[in-house]
Design a protein around this ligand. Structure first.
Ligand code: ADP
Ligand code: AMP
Length: 218
């Protein structure tokens, strides 16, 4: 099964991705995570991406499409299936993904669009914190760790806030992504693979909806 998670920044893609991986064992491929890792290691891709990410802009398609193409060609994807998170983010990337799928003989089975009103997103992004050891995502108020200061998933104690979740970047990130979102929704609706879920519900309830969709196609 090959999936794509769509939704504005803060919609809950990473949060739901953890639950989907636990149950369906697909390979989670987040372009945002790949860029953050590349920046931390100061690779050529990381150095190219940094300026765009720091401003809340999209990294150029030529760079982004290439890292996705390389990742999807790896053998674990053929065995387990992929779950893209944060890619494609515009129509040119969607067309590039179609071409990659064709070249690799893969098929995109479902696009899950997590819909959340933009007014909720600023609060979600400003309260987000992440475990440095395993990448699990939390929220100060909505989804704290069960024991303060200890990651539920791996027991880690080192957490961070993303630089681009700071208020000065968040607004531009949301504007950039909102502009691209509607044409992408139309594109996948026409392709007959779009499923929309209400992401304003509790985290577990959002997963119940996603699980029903995945059960039906798996
Ligand atoms: P995305 O990957 O789409 O940017 P995240 O999964 O990182 O979004 O979620 C953004 C923030 O919102 C995190 O702090 C997360 O804990 C919180 N969050 C995710 N889903 C929900 C939800 N359904 N209700 C409330 N808060 C949520
Ligand atoms: P995310 O973790 O998905 O919120 O992405 C963080 C940042 O990485 C974005 O604000 C972009 O600057 C960059 N990025 C992630 N995915 C893409 C993509 N598909 N196209 C271009 N830039 C991306």
């Amino acid at each position: 099964m090959n999936l794509m998670l769509m939704g504005l920044p803060g919609a809950g893609k990473g949060t739901q991705a953890e639950k989907i991986v636990d149950k369906y064992h697909v390979i989670h491929i987040s372009t945002g995570d790949m860029f953050r890792e590349a920046m931390a290691q100061e690779t050529p891709v990381g150095l190219k991406a940094k300026g765009f990410i720091d401003q809340g802009n999209l990294v150029p398609d030529s760079v982004t499409n290439e890292i996705v193409k390389e990742r999807l060609a790896q053998s674990d994807v053929f065995q387990a299936g992929y779950m893209l998170d944060g890619f494609p983010r515009n129509l040119d990337q969607a067309k590039a993904l179609d071409q990659i799928n064709q070249d690799l003989n893969l098929n995109l089975d479902a696009v899950i669009d997590i819909q959340v009103d933009k007014n909720l997103l600023i609060d979600r992004l400003s309260g987000r914190f992440i475990c440095r050891d395993c990448g699990a995502t939390y929220h100060k108020l909505n989804n704290p760790t069960k024991v303060a200061g200890i990651c539920d998933r791996c027991g880690g104690t080192d957490f961070y806030q993303r630089d681009d979740d700071k208020p000065e970047t968040v607004k531009n990130r949301l504007d950039v992504n909102i502009k691209m979102n509607t044409p992408l929704i139309d594109y996948y609706q026409k392709a007959g693979v779009l499923h929309q879920v209400n992401g304003a519900q509790e985290i577990d309830q959002v997963f119940v909806e996603i699980d029903k969709i995945l059960n039906a196609i798996n």
